[in-house]
Structure formats: structure tokens, C-alpha cells
Design a protein around this ligand. Structure first.
Ligand SMILES: *[C@@H]1O[C@H](CO)[C@@H](O)[C@H](O)[C@H]1NC(C)=O
Ligand SMILES: *[C@@H]1O[C@H](CO)[C@@H](O)[C@H](O)[C@H]1NC(C)=O
Length: 286
């Protein structure tokens, strides 16, 4: 079996592990009150705007994704880490009265290689200061070991000085979501900031179960939004028979997909329970 074959087999395995096909039971739980789909639609626009190739358009907020749902955004700074090909921006969003911080990870054209690497990725770094917590070194370093961390932290501090103690909304798509998660946790744990919120889109897993449990303690409002059967959120794989040693995502997840009824297609959102790897989360909508 070649590398492609292995890739397929491993993906199948992780879908099977993640979707054991139990029936959905709708429970009332705190996620229902924490997740706000209007806010999610706004944040996904911010998260997509960062893929704008032309930085001038992004900076002047005239890009194609800038502005249809988002009005009154004041760009403050774009941080570019040229060496590692990473990027973040932040600014003041008057409509939601918050500092919005957005991370971009990989360029679209390198995603295929990146996905293949993630399949074999071991937990390879002890997260500093948190016993038992292990994380993916690459994602950790992309935030902690590049120019992004200093730029974002000092930027948030400046923005709060200018606009008051407003909430901080951190977001990102795919690898950008992984970096957003490290950033949000860092702001709470290492800088003691309050009002930190995290909502990511199509984010891969970034650490083990112990690490995920720290999100429950420090960032219980963090939400990971995933779409249909996108591959990235299933990576690196989670094995339910080996839960302590594999990657595990943080508890709150909202699963979105489109449901087709005849010729009509409706977007559906399912708020999963906050147990982490909720096996019903990606099963069929009932
Ligand atoms: C959801 O978010 C939107 C945008 O921030 C806000 O206007 C609205 O009041 C929020 N809804 C609830 C129920 O909090
Ligand atoms: C951060 O970068 C330094 C210098 O490149 C390197 O020695 C160190 O191992 C990196 N840290 C992590 C956690 O990867």
C-alpha cells in the first residue's frame, strides 16, 4: 500500500473512530446558550478575509470578503512573519464592540502536503506549565516562536488602551484556528486577560486530552466550528481506544452541514455536547 493508500486507510479509520453512528439526542446544554450563529457568520468573514492576497486591499478593508457582513471594522495592524509564511491581523470591530484578532496559517496551495504530514504527527511537546498536557510542536511554535505572539499581544494591549476594556474575539481557519487557540489560551493563562473569546473554523486538533481539558478550565466559551466532513478537523487522528495518547479537540464543537430537501439546500448547525470527542457530533442529522 502506497502513501496515498495509507492516507485513505488512516482517514477511514479516524472517521470510523469519530463517527460511531450513535443516534442524535438533542440535549439542552450550556453550548446552546454560548453559541451565537450570527456572531459565527460575522467571524467566518473575518477569518476568510485574511486569505486576501493583496495586503493593501486587506489593510484598507476593500477586499472581496471585507465588508458584506462586516461594517465599521477599523484595521489596526497586519503582522506578517515572512520567514515562516504566517500572518495575523487585528482591529476594532464597532458592530460587535470587540478587538478582533485573526490568524492565517498555511497558504492554500500547500494544504495537501500539510494534511498528509498531520496524519503521522505525534504529540511532541510538553505544554509549558501544564502537567500532562502535550501538544503539536509545529502549531505551538507557529504562534509562540514567531513574531506573531509579540505583535498580537502588544497590539491587543494598545487597542484596549485606546478603546477601553472591550472583549477580544480570536479566530482563524484551519491552521489559523490552531494558532488562534494557542493565542487565546496564552492571553488568559500567561497574560491574565479577561474577556477572551475563541471561535475557530475547520481547526485541526492541537493537543492531547489533558491539554484539551485546560480549555474547559480557562476558556470554557471556546468553540470549534466544523463543516460537514472536512478532513482537517479530523487531524491529527483521535483514537477512541487510545484516548490519553492521541490528539483530542477542546470540548465545544458546532457541526455545520447542508441538508438537501428536493432542490432546496438548507444549512444546518448542530451544537454538540461539551464532552470533547462527541461521537454523535458528525453522525447523520436526524
Ligand atoms: C449574537 O451576536 C450578535 C452579533 O454580535 C448580537 O447582535 C446578538 O445580540 C447576539 N445574540 C445573542 C442572543 O446574544
Ligand atoms: C523555538 O525556536 C528556537 C530557535 O529556532 C528553537 O531552538 C526552539 O526549539 C523552538 N521552540 C520550539 C518549542 O519549537
Amino acid at each position: 500500500m502506497g502513501r496515498r493508500g495509507l492516507l485513505k486507510a488512516a482517514l477511514l479509520l479516524c472517521f470510523l473512530a469519530a463517527c460511531s453512528g450513535r443516534e442524535l439526542t438533542i440535549k439542552q446544554n450550556p453550548s446552546t446558550t454560548i453559541y451565537n450563529s450570527t456572531l459565527a457568520k460575522i467571524l467566518v468573514e473575518y477569518a476568510s478575509a485574511i486569505y486576501t492576497a493583496d495586503l493593501t486591499q486587506l489593510f484598507t478593508w476593500t477586499c472581496a470578503r471585507c465588508g458584506d457582513l462586516i461594517e465599521g471594522f477599523e484595521m489596526i495592524e497586519i503582522i506578517v512573519d515572512v520567514e515562516n509564511c504566517l500572518q495575523a491581523y487585528f482591529g476594532f470591530a464597532s458592530d460587535i464592540n470587540a478587538v478582533v484578532v485573526v490568524f492565517r496559517g498555511t497558504q492554500e496551495n500547500s494544504i495537501q502536503n500539510w494534511i498528509e504530514d498531520l496524519l503521522w504527527k505525534q504529540l511532541d511537546l510538553d505544554y509549558p506549565g501544564m502537567p500532562e498536557a502535550m501538544v503539536h510542536r509545529g502549531f505551538y511554535s507557529a504562534y509562540h516562536n514567531t513574531t506573531l505572539r509579540d505583535g498580537v499581544v502588544s497590539g491587543i494591549q494598545r487597542t484596549r488602551k485606546a478603546y477601553g476594556d472591550i472583549p477580544i474575539m480570536i479566530t482563524g481557519h484551519s491552521m489559523g484556528g490552531a494558532m488562534a487557540s494557542f493565542c487565546a489560551l496564552d492571553l488568559v493563562v500567561n497574560y491574565g486577560l479577561d474577556g477572551v473569546n475563541l471561535m475557530t473554523f475547520g481547526q485541526p486538533r492541537i493537543g492531547n486530552a489533558a491539554f484539551a481539558s485546560y480549555f474547559k478550565t480557562y476558556l470554557p466559551q471556546a468553540i470549534r466550528v466544523t463543516h460537514a466532513h472536512d478532513i482537517v478537523p479530523h487531524l491529527p487522528p483521535y483514537f477512541s481506544f487510545f484516548p490519553q495518547k492521541t490528539y483530542h479537540h477542546f470540548p465545544r464543537e458546532v457541526w455545520t452541514h447542508n441538508i438537501g430537501l428536493g432542490t432546496l439546500v438548507y444549512p444546518v448547525e448542530k451544537i454538540c455536547d461539551d464532552s470533547g470527542e462527541d461521537p454523535t457530533c458528525c453522525s447523520k442529522w436526524k
